[in-house]
Design a protein around this ligand. Structure first.
Ligand code: G6P
Ligand code: G6P
Ligand code: BGC
Ligand code: BGC
Length: 913
């Protein structure tokens, strides 16, 4: 009897042991796993074998780990692990250990994980929206790093096509598509905030970066969590399908796919096959299904059912609960030693003491195998790195994250022991990532962004700049403060915008922008006012711009003579309006003393002189025609007048071209420098000089300083040098040189062309930022500079251009915002309705500049309705309008009202009454 019981027990024990023996891997088997993994790592890297390799070895476009000098404020998304998280990460002073993070966890309901891609990304964006509200950051357009813990085919740091979903995700219409694009689209659909998605990052890479920030020896990232995966720093020359041989790149192994080519069938059990068959992705991620949290509980459950069926557990009774897929959670494996009773109770299982022991054994066997398999895989990775570097011995650190590793009482020990046994020549340290991969994603964003972070402004900063400029305006207007003010706020003696009554035949000179132009403007008044214009562009050679003042004005007079000759009006003395796009002090309309040259101009003997006198003198000297210069106007004023002709509401004129500047209609009572309190006068702000007294030092970068040093007017026009077309290409060039020197671009190649001033022009920046052909343009332009750009280089350069031009639009939005709030206060109205006339090559030619500017202005001055009106015909037409007004003024008595306009006004009045 006793022997019968003993025999039955012994045979039961044997059955249990046999079942679990399949999970015990011998040292030889583990060596084999390591060897096979090693083969797959190599196959994944090679061009020929890559398509069929089970371990995909995906490039990540992360070239280095953080060096501790990163700083800035970043947003991060962390999708794909147990939790979906939105974070803001602040890296403070460029020191290690100076990161602060705030985050919120959001649920992703099952129906969304397995719904449509659009639903999934809309949900993500809704969570971001909630987070931004919660943080009060809706209006700060932060750079974003996206931890996306799924295999992605990356072609750049911010481009990743989802290869296939893994773990519990299965949203439709995502596989094969660029995840960053999908996120961008969803942000656009919501149309509520804007983000700058800089990087897409696998969780392994994020973890490596997080840990490397603390420990520079960390060059491997391991996740043992819901899923299983490893990344590490590989030599570029070994990554055959990525161009370039220099340096390193982090490779996302996606080792979860190991086994897809049946090479580990010998160690897979029938339980592994069952779990695989019942998963969302049968046949795929076979190694992951033996090693990660998503599946281990399920393996255990199937073993328990099997043992129960054979009468080896729970007296042969299988509960409904135990039949439920997923009921045995992986966290139970971690908790089983301490909480066995309550776990079995939870499953409705009536257990004996023996049952408890057996269940623990099952859990132990399954998790032990998982840890050993990860260890064998890791041994293959560290040995590869050791051989890559030609070392006998390697010391290296692995950054680790994941619930399995963190929560299981023995997983990490078994893993480490296995690595030690299988890779005896490597001393491998494991450090736990405390802050998840979101921080790493932010750090990657920061590495890329190192030179650019200072060029991004939050709305908070922009509002601060707006307030500073507002103060500068007030200083410029005040009698006592004007002499020392940097923003000169020059009275123009233009008192109103065109009223529709102007008429006559005028000549306009237009000097100071990218073209020197002479125009004939005929304004007639048959039934309605019509304007006819003819114009010609004249060269202004460099030697004339930089020569003597008298030569410059002789040249202008000569061109004018030529124009009149061609127009056959040499015998007439037509009134002339002179658009002169430099800062001038006026005491009246036709007297303009040049305060200082700006932009490219530097002719001697002109500063401090009245340009009307200089031009008259040059014309007299010729003696072949007569001229009557009636008004000198700044190009901003000309632009405002041109636009005012079409839209009576226009009361601001801005130029974003070679240079930058703005004018607007100010109440005369606020202009201390001009007599009189009634009505308004146009003020030429000369905002280009904003910052010349050091007010903008906190936002100027090393590149801005370099530009200034190399300019014809060092220390002057500092705001202009940060924003206008004359400097933008050069700013981009200087940043590229710096990045190339750091090895971040062009594989560190620096050519003489790249080092040549002026080789990148603002029109190139505009071309590179075009959405469709931008990258091709970038390649063309960079190739001309001899740097042989890779596709990544082109993407990075596009990014640099966008940052620089975006900064420009942001800064202009801030200064324009200050003018708008001033107008609003002057009018004492709760809501400002106004029109801004704009001109300038940067604004006109850049594909996105205008949109960005308009958007930011509307955000910064929400209590306004601003119409932006492009001046289609330059400032010459506006200059003619001013001249029309001036000539009426002169030929009539009393001043201000000509017979013509007097009757016009009277008629209008009659019509009303
Ligand atoms: C990190 C990341 C997660 C990642 C996870 C893996 O903490 O921030 O996004 O996927 O580790 O762990 P889990 O166990 O959650 O899958
Ligand atoms: C207008 C004017 C120019 C002016 C220019 C600014 O079209 O007619 O004289 O200076 O805009 O633009 P730019 O890009 O040529 O400097
Ligand atoms: C994914 C990997 C990821 C890992 C850990 C796997 O299912 O394919 O990209 O790194 O899970 O989260
Ligand atoms: C000049 C301004 C001019 C602006 C735009 C600046 O350099 O100082 O007077 O309006 O360029 O052309």
């Amino acid at each position: 009897m006793v022997t019968a019981v003993a025999q039955r027990l012994a045979s039961q024990r044997k059955e249990i042991d046999d079942t679990l023996a399949a999970f015990a891997l011998s040292p030889t088997q583990l060596q084999e796993v390591k060897a096979k993994m090693r083969v797959e790592l190599e196959r994944g890297l090679k061009k020929d074998s890559h398509p069929t390799a089970s371990v995909k070895m995906l490039p990540t476009y992360v070239y280095r780990t953080p060096d501790g000098t990163e700083r800035g404020k970043y947003l991060a998304l962390d999708l794909g692990g147990t939790n979906f998280r939105v974070l803001v990460v602040k890296i403070r002073t460029g020191m290690r250990n100076s990161v602060r993070m705030y985050n919120k966890i959001y649920a992703i309901p099952l129906e969304i994980m397995q719904g449509t891609g659009e639903e999934l990304f809309d949900h993500i964006v809704q969570c971001i929206s909630d987070f931004l509200d919660y943080m009060g950051m809706k209006n700060t357009r932060l750079p974003l790093g996206f931890t996306f813990s799924f295999p992605c085919n990356q072609t750049g740091i911010d481009k990743g096509d989802l290869v296939c979903w893994t773990k519990g995700f299965k949203a439709t219409e995502c596989e094969g598509y660029d995840v960053v694009d999908m996120l961008r689209e969803a942000i656009k659909r919501r149309n509520e905030f804007d983000l700058d998605i800089v990087a897409i990052v696998n969780d392994t890479v994020g973890t490596m970066m997080t840990c490397a920030y603390e420990d520079p020896k960390c060059q491997i990232g391991l996740i043992a969590g819901t899923g299983s995966n490893v990344c590490y720093m590989e030599e570029m020359k070994n990554i055959e399908f990525v161009e370039g041989d220099e340096g390193q790149m982090c490779v996302n192994t996606e080792w979860g796919g190991f086994g897809a080519n049946d090479n580990i069938e010998d160690i897979r059990t029938r339980y592994d096959r069952e779990v695989d068959g019942g998963s969302l992705n049968p046949g795929k991620q076979r190694f992951e299904k033996m090693t990660s949290g998503m599946y281990l509980g399920e393996i255990v459950r199937r073993i328990l059912i099997d043992l129960t069926k054979h009468g080896l557990l729970f007296r042969g009774r299988i509960t409904e609960r135990l039949k439920t897929k997923g009921i045995f959670e992986t966290k139970f494996l971690s908790q089983i030693e301490r909480y066995i009773r309550s776990i079995l109770q939870h499953l409705g299982l009536d257990s004996t003491c023996d049952d408890s022991i057996i269940v623990k054994e099952v859990c132990g066997a399954v998790s032990r195998r998982a840890a050993q398999l990860c260890g064998a895989g890791m041994a293959a990775v560290v040995d590869k790195i050791r051989e890559n570097r030609g070392l006998d011995n390697l010391e290296i650190t692995v950054g680790v994250d994941g619930t399995l590793y963190k929560l299981h009482p023995h997983f990490s020990t078994i893993l480490k022991d296995t690595v030690r046994e299988l890779a005896p020549n490597c001393k491998v340290d494991f450090i736990l990532s405390e802050d998840g991969s979101g921080k790493g994603a932010a750090l990657i964003t920061a590495v890329i962004d190192k030179y650019l972070y200072a060029m991004r402004f939050s709305d908070e900063t922009l509002r601060d700049i707006m307030a500073r400029f507002r103060r500068e305006m007030e200083n410029g207007l005040g009698r006592d403060t004007n002499p020392t003010a940097t923003v000169k706020m020059l009275p123009t003696f233009v008192r109103s915008i065109p009223d529709g009554s102007e008429k006559g035949d005028f000549i306009a000179l237009d000097l100071g922008g990218s073209n020197f132009r002479i125009l004939r403007v005929k304004v007639s008044h048959e039934k309605k006012q019509t304007v006819q214009m003819e114009s010609q562009i004249y060269e202004t050679p460099e030697d004339i711009i930089h020569g003597s003042g008298s030569r410059l004005f002789d040249h202008v007079a000569e061109c004018l003579g030529d124009f009149m000759e061609k127009q056959k009006i040499k015998d007439k003395k037509l009134p002339i309006g002179f658009t002169f796009s430099f800062p001038c002090a006026h005491t009246k309309l036709d007297e303009a003393v040049l305060l200082t040259w700006t932009k490219r101009f530097k002719a001697s003997g002109v500063e401090g002189m009245d340009v009307v006198k200089l031009l008259n003198k040059a014309i007299k000297k010729r003696g072949d025609y007569d001229a009557d210069i009636m008004a000198v106007v700044n190009d901003t004023v000309g632009t405002m007048m041109t636009c005012g002709f079409d839209d009576q509401r226009c009361e601001v004129g801005i130029i974003i071209g070679t240079g930058t500047n703005a004018c607007y209609m100010e109440e005369l009572r606020h202009i201390d420098l001009v007599e009189g309190d009634e009505g308004r006068m146009c003020i030429n702000t000369e905002w280009g000089a904003f910052g010349d007294d050091g007010t903008l030092e906190d936002i100027r970068t090393e590149f801005d300083r370099e530009i200034d040093r190399g300019s014809p007017n060092p220390g002057k026009q500092l705001f202009e040098k940060m924003v206008s077309g004359m400097y933008m290409g050069e700013l981009v060039r200087l940043i590229l040189v710096k990045m190339a020197k750091e090895g971040l671009l062009f594989e560190g190649r620096i050519t003489p062309e790249l080092l040549t001033k002026g080789k990148i022009e603002t029109k190139h920046v505009s071309a590179i930022e075009k959405s469709k052909e931008g990258l091709t343009k970038a390649e063309e332009i960079l190739t001309r500079l001899g740097v042989e750009p890779s596709e990544d280089d082109c993407i990075a350069v596009q990014h640099v251009c966008a940052i620089v031009s975006f900064r420009s639009a942001n800064l202009i939005a801030a200064t324009l915002g200050a003018i708008l709030t001033r107008l609003k206060d002057n009018k004492n109205t709760p809501r400002l309705r106004t029109t801004v006339g704009i001109d300038g090559s940067l604004y006109k030619m850049h594909p996105q500049y205008a949109r960005r500017l308009h958007k930011t202005v509307r955000r910064l001055v929400p209590e306004s309705d601003v119409r932006f009106l492009l001046s289609e015909s330059g400032s010459g037409k506006g200059a003619a309008m001013v001249t029309a007004w001036a000539s009426r003024l002169i030929c009539s008595d009393p001043p201000y009202i000509t017979c013509h306009s007097f009757t016009a006004k009277k008629k209008k009045k009659n019509a009303v009454s």
